[in-house]
Design a protein around this ligand. Structure first.
Ligand code: NAP
Ligand code: MG
Length: 493
């Protein structure tokens, strides 16, 4: 196992109005390496007063100065420069992300590549925002202008830290908004390193601010602030509901990317090897800390027992290890809190269903938040482990009789983020595609996510879409303009 030299414990501040500043209360919080449980950084905890300063800086940058005067081309170039910085620094960022989240380094490298691609995509899209001309029945010109929504508060989770920041910052910058980003308190480090480049690439002070700290203090202050026009949130449904209620007081626009309990449906005619692999990949990638995790694995009765056995056999050989080890396929969970949550669901699962493999702490590790990849089978869809988002490497396998049965079980959930179906029958595949109530459906795969295509949920998985042109739309207002071309008076009075 490789054991690279430990980097020094760094202290990070908040990034407000182009300056690195300590918290007004002087408070900091520790950030951990979940594989060693050691502190790897200390970070300034923003108070409500610090959030107020950040919002005022964003407001000022949005309302006057150089930012509103930048052209769409300028903003595109800035985004390309950010992408270049990310590509140049990919090894450093990937290592930091892996160290802080516990995710395998190889996965972190993919994430950082996707971060750069996201900035490139919106760099290219920045000058392709067009209004329309409407055929109104008058001698007039009626058209729309697309304008930035204003100051955006952006609150993100810890599972894909810099990628979730990119999904929000890149379209916001392309649109000409100003932003206050609050990373998850567990994983702020890559977003803070990224903030070091904002000035160098030509972003005026105040256009992007980063405030650290807890959701209850920094996050809540951002959502309640009257100077914020829009909240873009990715996180749990529980917090999403709190945000909608708080944002109602100032009638902010809100977009929510929430959790899921996504069905991954396997028919007997699916390609066997691909299906078994796809079931495991769907739920165990990134330690299962994935909003679109295929955590409900629905299997046709004809192949059910054999399928559970094949999954179990492979799951037992998933290589758990140090996040920075290139052979590692599963690292520790992100935090003690998450470890406690996931292991408590494992205990519930042992009572609600049968355990095929796993079910607790990965005992080979003396320290670190390692848990076993776990498969429960003969799960009833009404069980808690089938209804509640666990957000860890816990699969629940549910048998089904026929197509109608599969659709019924797949849709019997409060969530609707994603779903997948595996079959060689194209007609059946499309029937399932059309019946599933979810924002993202994969056929014969699960999890590929590309910046070109929309991302977001139905039902209690949220509203609004990120990525692609849809992601940019969420940062734009539509202004309707009517120009009278008729020189004769109205003649009404
Ligand atoms: P979380 O507990 O909901 O937290 C998400 C963010 O909200 C964090 O930055 C958190 O701050 C902040 N927050 C907490 N309480 C708040 C409040 N009262 N007001 C404002 N902000 C508040 O979620 P998580 O545990 O970080 O992430 C896991 C969840 O995210 C899962 O449900 C997962 O499905 C979802 N997720 C969804 C997507 C998607 O695209 N749909 C992608 C990734 C993750 P703290 O730093 O204090 O926690
Ligand atoms: Mg949290």
């Amino acid at each position: 196992m490789s054991s690279p030299a430990k980097p020094a414990v760094k202290t990070y501040q908040n990034y407000i109005n182009g300056q690195w500043v300590s918290s007004s209360t002087g408070e900091t919080f520790p950030v951990f390496d979940p594989s060693t449980e050691e502190v790897i950084a200390n970070v300034a905890a923003a108070s409500a007063g610090d959030v107020d300063k950040a919002v005022k800086a964003a407001r000022a940058a949005f309302d006057s100065g150089p930012w509103p005067a930048t052209t769409a081309q300028d903003r595109g170039r800035i985004l390309f420069k950010l992408a270049e910085k990310i590509r140049q620094n990919q090894p450093i960022l990937a290592e930091l992300e892996s160290r802080n989240t516990g995710k395998p380094i190889v996965e972190a490298e993919y994430d950082i590549g996707d971060v750069a691609t996201c900035f490139e995509y919106y760099g290219g899209l920045a000058n392709k925002v067009n209004g329309s001309v409407m055929p109104v029945p008058a001698n007039a010109l009626s058209f729309t202008l697309r304008e930035p929504v204003g100051v955006a508060g952006q609150i993100i989770p810890w599972n894909y830290p810099l990628l979730m920041a990119a999904w929000k910052l890149a379209p916001a910058i392309a649109a000409g908004c100003a932003c206050v980003l609050k990373p998850a308190e567990q994983t702020p480090l890559t977003a803070l390193e990224f903030a070091n480049w904002l000035e160098e690439v030509g972003l005026p002070p105040g256009v992007v601010n980063v405030v650290n700290g807890t959701g209850e203090i920094a996050g809540a202050a951002l959502v309640a602030h009257p100077g914020v026009d829009k909240i873009a949130f990715t996180g749990s449904a529980v917090v999403g509901k709190i945000i909608v209620k708080s944002a109602a007081d100032t009638l902010k626009r809100v977009t929510l990317e929430l959790g899921g309990k996504s069905p991954n449906v396997f028919f007997a005619d699916a390609d066997w090897e691909a299906a078994v692999d796809g079931a495991l990949f769907g739920v165990f990638i990134n330690q299962g800390e994935v909003c679109s995790a295929g955590s409900r694995i629905l299997v046709e009765k004809k192949i059910y027992s054999k399928f559970v056995d094949a999954m179990t056999e492979k799951a037992k050989h998933i290589k758990l290890g140090a996040p920075l080890d290139r052979d590692t396929k599963m690292g520790p969970l992100v935090s003690r809190e998450q470890y406690d949550r996931v292991t408590s669901y494992m205990e519930i699962g042992k009572k609600e269903a049968k355990t095929a493999t796993g079910g607790g702490r990965a005992k080979a590790f003396g320290k670190g938040f390692y848990v076993e990849p776990t498969i429960f089978y003969d799960v009833d869809n009404t069980a808690r482990i089938a209804r509640e988002e666990i957000f860890g490497p816990v699969a629940t396998v549910i048998p089904f009789e026929n197509e109608a049965d599969a659709i019924k079980i797949a849709n019997d959930t409060p969530y609707g983020l994603a779903g997948a179906v595996w079959t060689r029958d194209i007609f059946k595949a499309f029937r399932i595609v059309k019946s599933m109530r979810a924002g993202i459906i994969w056929v014969n795969h699960m999890q590929p996510t590309y910046v070109e295509a929309p991302w977001g949920g139905y039902k209690q998985s949220g509203f609004g879409r990120e990525l692609g042109p849809w992601g940019l739309e969420e940062y734009l207002e539509t202004k309707q303009v009517y120009v009278n071309l008729d020189e004769t008076p109205i003649g009404w009075y």
